[in-house]
Design a protein around this ligand. Structure first.
Ligand code: ZN
Ligand code: ZN
Ligand code: FE
Length: 722
């Protein structure tokens, strides 16, 4: 007795080889029917013996392909039709529906093997891929995911590729970017004056790298700048040309263990489908100016066939950093790269597969027992995150590390890191991506959320979309953790951060809040201090030392300027702040660790790196006794105690104060967020302290604790309002 079921599968099931998998599974269980993609879920109808149907449904989840993420399977009984065959039918677009497609995935083991197999027809082909790996959102122009709606549409598959593409038993069945030497994209090499006549672009790029030159490489989601990571002169040249004096540079290599200590958890995420940059404990061996003053290094494995070939040819670690100027968006087209990277790169290794959207490399770290995203982009965005059910929503984030969220039907799609919104180019890239995400996921917002700050470009973008819910910055940081972990208020939270506007007009950033419903109560915070020079204080940390009452200039700071700033602070006619980030800046200045930051958060990163991991001494202070803690550090510093010890004591004491303030709220669940929690030492000390106090800590994992994760929290609050 035959039965027929309609099976609807939701989740990330497009672009991951799900249809061929269903096809093979149905055949194996001798079932008839069909499978098809739509702009919504994957739709299956299967007909056959009840036992076979059961077997099919069980295997559907258990044996799903590696990149698939099944969220929901719905089964409905239908009348049997007496069909005999199982087929894959054409995609169906349903207006208004949406679908999660897998993010871009690193070259799989099978493809890597073929890439280096002289007998394979794709031997050394720089664009090899299959349904288990390769580009996705960097080539998708619209959904559903099919070749004509990707930037691969300009390449007509040769017979051999077409055969693979149409054979359900093949690993490349419906692999949309499928290509080979005969029919697919090709590399080319450009020099300072334009295209070079060469039939060995890859080999010549490798030779340029060997000679210490800077090569711009057209990667997956944009251009990268590469140079020899062991050649100090090359690294310095890249830094000078890119106007990036101090910010650490990421390195791409095949043997991370040679230069870094790698834990099991770190190894797993290094090799996972996203292949992000992972912050690892650095042991040395590379050019000194790769990550000056830091103990950790951003490392990634090659994740495209082109990277594999480059590293195979170069046989050593390469600096691989975003192809942009400081915090501008990463270059996407040849024209952009040519215009903006000429003068930085000596050679351009380019190809003719267009990049549909910018995706910078993602950055993660393993801290307090979990993988935590620091920058969310390539390979991670736009993997859906949970959101309370409600109307379609757009949230626009803040100002730094801009990333938006579009949400609908209980899912949030957090857009990729774009950069800081004080560059016109970044604002344009942000709007371009937001437009794209709204189109891809059919989001016509009925709710809009933004920051409380009236002057952010993100606030103005939100105002053009509707009447926004204005969410206090640190409330949004903490709400993001609720969204990620599906937590319900009441929850107590510590938001330790740079700056965000408070409803009282002062600048907040060292806050303990009790989250209740869609709102919050401010339980504790740092005692506000003056911000002498406003926004300049974030860069010139010594200003904060003056604000905290240091009475003589730290080494390297001009005495006259210091005195002026000191008087400005004492006058009090400047903005005031309870920012924890600015407290870190003040201490970094006092201890002579950093006076002027060349990138956001540098002082705090250097202070963490300077702190002695073996020191567990604590000064008992309350959160609002920041001035007393600073004064104590000044006293001990003058007594000649080493900076490494005092930096450690500072971290420990802040963590202790935070734990005590959270504990007083009398709520078991504690959420931690804000940019300061990128500091692994601070996060892990708070974590351990909260656990020891019998509390249950939660922190960001899939979105950054910094402002890159803010829009998710704003969306969460917007869903709870009204
Ligand atoms: Zn593959
Ligand atoms: Zn081909
Ligand atoms: Fe923030």
């Amino acid at each position: 007795m035959s039965r027929r079921y309609a099976v609807t599968v939701r989740g990330t099931v497009q672009g991951v080889g799900f249809r061929p998998f269903v096809y093979r599974l149905a055949r194996r269980h001798r079932l008839a029917g069909f499978v098809r993609n739509s702009t919504g879920p994957v739709e299956i109808e299967v007909e056959g013996e009840p036992g076979s149907l059961r077997g099919f449904l069980e295997a559907l989840r258990r044996e799903a392909p590696p990149l698939a993420r099944i969220e929901e399977v719905e089964v409905l009984a239908l009348a049997p039709r007496g069909e005999r065959d199982f087929v894959i039918v054409a995609s169906q677009a349903r207006p208004g529906d949406f679908q999660s497609v897998s993010p871009d995935a690193a070259t799989c083991e099978d493809c890597r093997r073929e890439l280096f197999d002289p007998a394979d027809r794709r031997y050394r082909y720089p664009f090899i891929n299959c349904t288990n790996c390769g580009p996705r959102f960097t080539v998708i122009e619209s959904l559903p995911y099919d070749r004509p709606r990707t930037t691969m549409r300009r390449f007509v598959m040769c017979q051999a590729c077409r055969r693979e593409y149409e054979d359900p038993a093949d690993r490349r069945f419906h692999a949309q970017p499928n290509a080979c030497w005969d029919c697919g994209p090709r590399l080319a090499l450009w020099g300072e004056d334009g295209p070079l006549a060469t039939d060995r672009p890859l080999e010549e790029a490798v030779e340029a790298l060997r000679r210490g030159l800077v090569v711009a490489v057209k990667g997956l989601g944009g251009y990268q700048l590469a140079c020899d990571a062991r050649n100090e002169a090359a690294v310095r040249r890249l830094r000078r040309r890119k106007h990036r004096p101090g910010k650490p540079l990421a390195v791409m290599l095949t043997d991370p263990e040679r230069y870094c200590r790698v834990s099991a958890g770190e190894r797993e995420v290094l090799r996972g489908p996203a292949h992000p940059i992972v912050l690892l404990d650095y042991r040395g061996g590379l050019a000194p100016s790769i990550a000056p003053g830091l103990r950790r290094l951003g490392v990634m494995l090659p994740y495209t066939p082109l990277h594999h070939l480059l590293l195979d040819g170069f046989a050593g670690p390469l600096v691989m950093t975003s192809g942009n100027l400081s915090e501008e968006p990463i270059c996407r087209t040849e024209e952009e790269a040519w215009e903006r990277l000429r003068g930085i790169a000596d050679r351009f290794l380019v190809h003719d597969r267009p990049i549909a959207a910018r995706y910078d490399d993602s950055v993660v770290q393993v801290a307090a027992g979990a993988v935590r995203v620091v920058r969310r982009a390539r390979g991670l965005a736009p993997e859906p995150l949970p959101l309370p059910a409600g109307p379609p929503v757009v949230a626009t984030g803040a100002h730094l590390k801009a990333a938006f969220t579009v949400g609908r039907d209980g899912r949030a799609f957090v857009g990729p890191h774009v950069g800081d919104l004080d560059h016109l180019l970044t604002v344009q890239a942000f709007e371009e991506q937001l437009e794209r995400y709204r189109r891809l996921f059919s989001v016509e917002p009925e709710r809009v959320a933004c920051d409380l700050h009236p002057d952010y470009a993100s606030t103005r973008i939100a105002e053009r979309l509707g009447e926004p819910v204005r969410v206090q910055h640190h409330h949004a940081h903490l709400a993001g953790v609720l969204a990620e972990h599906g937590l319900e208020p009441p929850v107590v939270g510590a938001a330790l951060d740079g700056v965000g506007l408070g409803p009282d007009g002062t600048v907040w950033g060292g806050e303990v809040l009790l989250l209740e419903g869609a709102s919050y109560r401010r339980l504790a915070h740092l005692e506000p201090v003056p911000l002498p020079g406003g926004d300049r204080c974030a860069r010139e940390g010594w200003r904060m030392a003056a604000a905290y009452g240091l009475d003589r200039p730290p080494p390297g700071v001009d005495g006259v300027r210091f005195e002026l700033v000191r008087r400005l602070a004492a006058g009090g006619r400047v903005p005031w702040t309870s920012s924890m980030g600015r407290f870190f800046d003040a201490v970094a200045s006092l201890l002579g660790v950093c006076q002027v930051s060349s990138y956001e958060g540098e002082a705090a990163a250097l202070l963490e790196a300077a702190s002695d991991p073996g020191v567990d001494e604590v000064i008992e202070v309350e959160l609002e006794e920041n001035r007393r803690l600073f004064a104590e550090l000044v006293r001990r510093h003058r007594r000649g105690e080493p900076a490494s010890r005092l930096a450690a004591v500072f971290h420990n004491s802040v963590a202790r104060a935070v734990v005590a303030a959270c504990r007083r709220a009398g709520v078991r669940r504690v959420v931690l967020s804000g940019g300061c929690f990128q500091n692994r030492r601070l996060l892990e000390s708070c974590w351990a302290g909260l656990r020891a106090a019998g509390l249950e800590p939660y922190a960001n994992e899939r979105v950054p604790a910094n402002d890159g994760g803010l829009s998710l929290g704003q969306a969460w609050v917007a869903m709870r309002c009204g």
